[in-house]
Design a protein around this ligand. Structure first.
Ligand SMILES: [Zn+2]
Ligand SMILES: [Zn+2]
Length: 375
C-alpha cells in the first residue's frame, strides 16, 4: 500500500486526480481496494451542476458510489468478511442510534455518511473504508462488475419489493427505461409480476427493455399545440388504456406504477393509469415540483409513496436474486473504462452514447491498475 489515487471533483466541470492518504479504519470497519465503480446520473449531475437539491459541493469531493472491491484490511472486531474477499459495498454508513435507524428505516438517517454526497468523499479511489456490515461478500458466481451493480439494483429492490410490496401476478408499469427503470422491471419480473409495461420516449431504450425484462412497451405521443400538461397526460393515459387493454379494475388493471423518470407528465399519467386501490411509487428524481390529479388520487384511494436509496435487507435481496440467476446484470454494462479514463466515462454517460453511437446504459470505471477487460 503506497498510494491512494482518487478522482476528485473540485468545482463544476473541474475534476482532477489527487493522491489522498490511505484511510485508517476503526475496529468495526474494513478497508476495501475498489475494483469496479458504476457511474450514476447523480455523479454526472454533481460534475455538471455542483449540487442536487440541498446537497451542494462546497469543497473538493471524490466522486463515485456504485462500487465493489476486494477487502484489503479488517478491523479487530470484524467477523463477516476477511482479507481477500470480493465484496459489494453499500455506500451509506448510518448513525445506528437515531429514531429512523432504530425503526428499520436507516435510509432516512439524518446523519448518514453517503459516498459522493457532499461533503463526503466517494469511492473512485484505490481505497475506501466502510463499516464491515456494509461489505457484502459476493457469491462465487457473481463478478466484481455484478458487485458494483448491486447499488442501482438495491434502489430498484427498495422501491418495488420493499416500498411497493409487489406480489406475484400483479401488473406493473414502469415509466423511464434508464438503468434504475430497467432494474425496477427486472425486480418486478423476478418477483413474479404478470405484466411489466415499460414506458419511454426513446424507442431504442424500449427495444432493450423488451429484450431484457418488460413484457410490453409503450411510446407516449407527442404534445399537441395549445394542450396543457395535464390535458396531455389525460390523452396519454387514454391512449395507453386503448393500446394495451388496461382497465381500472380486474385482471387487466395496473396494480403498481413506478416512476423512474421524474418527468411531470409521467407522474400525472401514472396516477391516471393506476387501478382503483393501486399503488404509485416515486423513485426517479426529476422535476422538483409537479401538478398531480389529487382528487382522482383520493377517489381511487391510491397509495402514493416515495422511495429513497435502500434500507435493511435490500442489498442482501439484490445479491440473492442476482446469484440465483433471476436478474442478469451483465446486459446493462455497455461501456468500460480504465481509472485514468474516468473523465471520458463521465462524458460518455452524460452524452448518453459513445463516439461509435452505442447507447449507454451503465458505464463502469475500473480501479487504479485494474484492466477494464478484467470483470
Ligand atoms: Zn447511483
Ligand atoms: Zn441514524
Amino acid at each position: 500500500m503506497s498510494d491512494n489515487p482518487s478522482f476528485v471533483l473540485r468545482a463544476v466541470e473541474d475534476v482532477v486526480y489527487e493522491d489522498r492518504p490511505i484511510p485508517d479504519i476503526f475496529d468495526d470497519e474494513v478497508l476495501v481496494e475498489v475494483k469496479k465503480t458504476g457511474i450514476c446520473g447523480s455523479d454526472v449531475h454533481y460534475l455538471t451542476h455542483g449540487r442536487i437539491a440541498d446537497f451542494v459541493v462546497e469543497k473538493p469531493m471524490v466522486l463515485g458510489h456504485e462500487s465493489s472491491g476486494i477487502v484489503s484490511k479488517v478491523g479487530k472486531k470484524v467477523k463477516n468478511v476477511k482479507v481477500g474477499d470480493r465484496v459489494a459495498m453499500e455506500p451509506g454508513a448510518t448513525c445506528r442510534v437515531c429514531e429512523d435507524c432504530k425503526r428499520g428505516k436507516y435510509e432516512l438517517c439524518p446523519d448518514i455518511v453517503f459516498a459522493a454526497t457532499p461533503p463526503y468523499d466517494g469511492t473512485l479511489a484505490r481505497y475506501y473504508r466502510i463499516p464491515s456490515d456494509l461489505a457484502y461478500k459476493l457469491p462465487d458466481n457473481l463478478t466484481l462488475e455484478d458487485g458494483a451493480m448491486m447499488e442501482p439494483l438495491s434502489v430498484a429492490i427498495h422501491s418495488v419489493a420493499n416500498i411497493a410490496g409487489l406480489r406475484s401476478n400483479q401488473n406493473v408499469v414502469v415509466f423511464g427505461a434508464g438503468p434504475v427503470g430497467l432494474l425496477c422491471m427486472a425486480v418486478a419480473k423476478a418477483l413474479g409480476a404478470s405484466r411489466v409495461i415499460a414506458v419511454d420516449i426513446v424507442k431504442e431504450r424500449l427495444d432493450f427493455a423488451k429484450s431484457y425484462a418488460a413484457t410490453e412497451t409503450y411510446v407516449p405521443p407527442p404534445f399537441q399545440a395549445g394542450e396543457s400538461r395535464i390535458q396531455y397526460s389525460q390523452r396519454n393515459a387514454q391512449q395507453m388504456r386503448d393500446q394495451l387493454g388496461i382497465e381500472d379494475r380486474g385482471p387487466k388493471a395496473i396494480d403498481l406504477v413506478v416512476d423512474a423518470s421524474g418527468a411531470e407528465v409521467s407522474i400525472q399519467t401514472g396516477i391516471l393509469i393506476a387501478r382503483t386501490g393501486g399503488t404509485y411509487v416515486q423513485v426517479g428524481m426529476g422535476t422538483p415540483e409537479v401538478t398531480i390529479p389529487i382528487t382522482l388520487l383520493l377517489i381511487k384511494e391510491i397509495t402514493f409513496k416515495g422511495s429513497f436509496r435502500y434500507g435493511p435487507g435490500d442489498y442482501a435481496l439484490a445479491i440473492a436474486l442476482a446469484a440465483q440467476g433471476k436478474i442478469d446484470l451483465k446486459p446493462l454494462i455497455t461501456h468500460r473504462f480504465a481509472f485514468n479514463e474516468a473523465i471520458e466515462a463521465f462524458k460518455t454517460t452524460k452524452a448518453g452514447k459513445s463516439a461509435d453511437g452505442k447507447g449507454v446504459i451503465k458505464a463502469v470505471i475500473s480501479g487504479p491498475d485494474v484492466s477494464p477487460n478484467d470483470f
